[in-house]
Design a protein around this ligand. Structure first.
Ligand SMILES: C[S@@+](CC[C@H](N)C(=O)[O-])C[C@H]1O[C@@H](n2cnc3c(N)ncnc32)[C@H](O)[C@@H]1O
Length: 339
């Protein structure tokens, strides 16, 4: 349904008017026979995933990012997901994984998102299929508290690989953190840097992510999709588990976050989405990404803690004004333009 809601002037939510709905709909792909990789690259397929799985190019994908409907009653614009018992949910996921396996290479990585309730079913569906390497938990600080339970503020992402040969670029996903206890040896900082905005340390990424913000109305990546993932979350996955030019596939694409981040980071991508409006929003976001490469929370090639936008910009500004400006990442220039 095209845009009809009134929004506050500073609301940056990406929406579609009726002309855009027509324009982006014309870019969507529908499959009714097997397709070559080159014909699906950088495209959004608007179809039921089960209808297209047999047609996708075999052994074509380096990184598979799966963000399925969780086992909850949820409306995704034109389609509803109905909560099932956990075993039925595991079987439901298993049916997709059975077919998705064909697109993977022996070196591929797979990430599967879930909430705490769906997480055991995801594990049941993957444990005998892939090499399960980790379960990331990320802080999802949004939503109301519960009066008779702990407020749910976390989600999981299972990390698997097909074999023991896989990409993991740990240096690409380091986190820039304020130093709380500045330890020195002979007066020299031990593994941290003094800057005029404070003391910072680059830390190894753990499987507990607390630096993410769920997209909301004043963020330029926000859409009306009810379960949109932060671009920063997907950027961590893509930078760690793929290389420049690799192919990334998201079979439950939603508002297009995976494709958009893949494009911003120089990867190839394709995705499948059942709902036409979300598929069109994905296309609009991809168009915006042609001129806007920044990813909120990722600057100078590192991930910053939440609420450090001013420090990020000052740091980039300083670099730009010095002779080292060749080290600026293209994303940084767009961050500056945003301010
Ligand atoms: C959890 S959301 C994905 C959100 C996405 N990661 C984002 O950032 O916007 C799951 C999506 O899967 C879509 N979906 C559900 N069943 C599907 C199916 N059978 N084939 C393709 N897409 C489906 C829903 O419409 C929904 O947009």
């Amino acid at each position: 349904m095209p845009e009809s809601k009134e929004r506050a002037p500073r609301n940056r939510t990406i929406t579609l008017n009726s002309e855009e709905q027509v324009k982006y709909k014309n870019r969507l792909l529908r499959l009714n026979m097997p397709i070559e990789l080159q014909d699906v690259i950088n495209r959004t397929i608007h179809q039921d995933l089960l209808q297209v799985l047999d047609y996708l190019p075999k052994q074509s994908v380096d990184l598979l990012f799966i963000d399925p409907p969780y086992n909850l009653n949820k409306t995704f614009n034109s389609n509803n997901f109905k909560k099932k018992n956990l075993d039925t949910y595991a079987d439901w996921l298993d049916a997709y994984l059975d077919k998705l396996e064909a697109v993977l290479k022996p070196t591929s990585s797979i990430y599967i998102c879930s909430d705490w309730q769906s997480s055991p079913a995801v594990y049941a569906a993957i444990k005998n299929r892939f090499q399960v390497r980790n379960r990331i938990t990320w802080e999802r600080d949004k939503g109301r508290g519960a009066s008779k339970n702990w407020k749910n503020s976390s989600e999981d992402i299972w990390f698997c690989t097909v074999s023991d040969t896989y990409t993991f670029n740990v240096d690409a996903v380091k986190l820039k953190r304020k130093v709380i206890a500045p330890y020195t040896v002979d007066g020299t900082p031990k593994d941290w840097d003094i800057t005029d905005k404070g003391n910072y340390r680059l830390t190894h990424p753990s499987n507990l992510w607390t630096d993410l913000t769920i997209p909301f109305w004043s963020m330029p990546e926000n859409t009306d999709h009810p379960t949109q993932k932060p671009e920063k979350l997907v950027a961590k996955v893509i930078l760690a588990s793929s290389n420049f030019g690799d192919v990334i596939f998201d079979p439950f694409l939603g508002s297009g976050t995976t494709s958009v981040v893949a494009k911003k980071l120089g990867r190839k991508y394709f995705g499948v989405e059942l709902d036409e409006m979300y598929a069109c929003l994905a296309e609009k976001r991809l168009e915006i990404a042609e001129a806007e490469l920044s990813i909120q929370g990722y600057a100078e090639g590192v991930f910053w803690e939440r609420n450090t936008l001013n420090e990020q910009v000052r740091s980039i500004d300083k670099k730009r004004n010095s002779q080292h400006d060749k080290t600026l990442h293209q994303q940084d220039l767009f961050l500056l333009a945003e301010m």
